[in-house]
Design a protein around this ligand. Structure first.
Ligand code: GDP
Ligand code: MG
Length: 382
């Protein structure tokens, strides 16, 4: 177990903790009986004592923790008949200055779901827009924190927050190092990509060149017989935006099965969180499945609380958030991390118990890291 101490291990295998301290001491490692020890140290110790020590990954460990409360995280309850379509969640990525922020702003101000542009007074870190595709109104959720760092940080925590990546490439600049980086991150996450060839209003724009460049990296435009949609846009002139939204919807329809059960306790991911002077901890969450309601008891990472109020991307209070709807949640007792999963549980007590367990585990893991003295290699060198 991550963060286990020698006392924990001694108890498991029925020996005197002091003898384990001694064995490690003989191997050149000074550890007291109660401090957390690193995974590899435990494994060395296990090998010495002819025990196989299994190190459980944090994800597995968390799954076990939730299972002990009879909660399955990451699965829709029920069967096929309980699933309803949900909008895709989109992250905008690309090289610095290629227009990610401008594009996100342009889309937000042009296609707000309800009400007129300017209705958004309060940025919540994500927003939903609507567009018409084949005579049907379709929603898309944009995660308003561009940059693949955030994307990667979330993925490192096992959070799947993005269904589709919009890769922005400035048509005057072409493919740049961070374009490739972003592309690789999206590929690693197996997230389909739509390419927005931006700044086509510029004299020096060469959108054909961008297509050629990206083809070399495996993103072959549909018009060249590939399966990636490229859309020419200008974030400043606000051209091509509807086409871009349509491409996102079509790509989602073609390669993803985006459905969720709206009738279960909500689960999802915290995409941003901070401490607000007046309102306390504020977290923007994206609901993956279920419906989040005010009054729900919630755990987000090692934060917990009861949903006191929810605010949508227009700055309005709402009482319900269905799948793929981003909302700001008030009522947590502390600030979760970006990428932490969130889930609704039976009551406040359960929420607190899960949060407390996660917190003590995090503390132990941190301690194990800082007290690690020697790596496995160093031990074997001796
Ligand atoms: P980011 O670093 O990718 O978020 O890029 P920004 O959105 O901050 O844009 C970088 C610069 O490019 C800004 O000066 C924008 O005004 C400009 N820019 C963005 N989109 C366009 C566009 O479509 N056409 C032109 N001409 N300039 C743009
Ligand atoms: Mg930016």
């Amino acid at each position: 177990r991550r963060g286990a101490s020698l006392t924990d291990l001694a108890e498991k295998i029925g020996v005197d903790p002091a003898s384990l301290v001694q064995v490690l001491f003989n191997l050149g490692e000074m550890v007291n009986a109660t401090q957390s020890v690193a995974d590899d140290t435990l494994q060395v110790l296990g090998a010495e004592l002819n025990y196989t020590i299994e190190v459980v990954s944090p994800e597995d460990e968390d799954r076990e923790l939730l299972e002990s409360f009879d909660i399955e995280f990451g699965e829709d309850e029920g069967g096929e008949e309980d699933l309803a379509p949900r909008p895709p969640a989109v992250t905008v990525m690309g090289h610095v200055d290629h227009g990610k922020t401008k594009l996100l702003d342009a889309i937000r101000n042009t296609n707000v779901v309800a009400g007129e542009a300017g209705g958004i007074t309060q940025a919540i870190g994500a927003y939903q827009v609507a567009t018409e595709v084949d005579g049907q109104e379709r929603k898309i959720t944009f995660i308003d924190t561009p940059g693949h760092e955030a994307f990667t940080a979330m993925r490192a925590r096992g959070a799947k927050s993005t269904d589709i990546a919009v890769l922005v490439v400035a048509a005057d600049d072409g493919v740049m190092p961070q374009t490739i980086e972003a592309l690789n991150h999206a590929k690693a996450a197996e997230v389909p990509i739509v390419v927005a060839v931006n700044k086509i209003d510029k004299e020096s724009a060469d959108p054909t060149k961008v297509r050629g460049q990206l083809t070399e990296f495996g993103l072959v435009p549909e018009e060249y017989g590939g399966d990636t949609m490229f859309v020419d846009v200008s974030a400043t002139a606000r051209t091509g935006l509807d086409e871009l939204l349509e491409a996102v919807v079509l790509t989602a329809d073609a390669s993803l099965d985006l459905r969720a059960n709206p009738d279960m306790p909500a689960q999802g991911v915290a995409i941003e969180a901070h401490l607000d002077k007046g309102r306390g901890p504020v977290a923007t969450v994206l609901v993956h499945r279920g419906t989040l309601r005010t009054g729900d008891s919630i755990v987000a990472g090692s934060a917990h609380g009861r949903v006191r109020a929810m605010i949508n991307d227009q700055g309005e209070q709402v009482t319900e958030a269905p799948p793929s709807m981003p909302v700001q949640v008030l009522g947590l007792t502390s600030v979760p991390g970006a990428g932490d999963n969130f889930l609704v549980v039976e009551d406040d007590r359960m929420a607190r118990q899960i949060a407390d367990k996660r917190e003590s585990r995090q503390r132990a893991a941190l301690l194990a890291k800082t007290t690690r003295r020697k790596t496995l290699d160093q031990l074997f060198e001796q």
